[in-house]
Write a protein that binds this ligand. Structure first.
Ligand code: FES
Length: 98
């Protein structure tokens, strides 16, 4: 769906996205990194289970919720990548702590 139009230049960081190590530009958002490195989605719908993807990229729509560094429901479009970060697609509703 999306692809980078230019090569990655400058500083990079390595993150783990659904178990895959990917190298992305330092300073970009998790949503941008995910969109540039997969054709798919960031989460599945709580109601229907359908795939959902970032839409507004400015913190308004909440379509980009992901599990980031073990914390569910984080907005990928409002989170900057960091070296060693772990990012997973969120499947349906998050689990509540007991
Ligand atoms: S893409 Fe809309 S809140 Fe993140």
């Amino acid at each position: 769906m999306f692809r980078r139009t230019t090569e990655i230049k400058g500083e990079t960081v390595a993150i783990r996205f659904d178990g895959q190590r990917i190298v992305v530009p330092a300073g970009e958002t998790v949503a941008a990194a995910v969109l540039a490195n997969s054709p798919g989605h960031t989460r599945t719908s709580v109601v229907s289970g359908e795939a959902r993807a970032p839409y507004c990229l400015m913190g308004t729509c909440f379509e980009c919720l992901m599990e980031i560094d073990g914390i569910a429901n984080r907005q990928a479009c409002m989170t900057i990548v960091a070296e060693g970060m772990t990012v997973n697609r969120q499947q349906g509703k998050r689990e509540m702590p007991e």
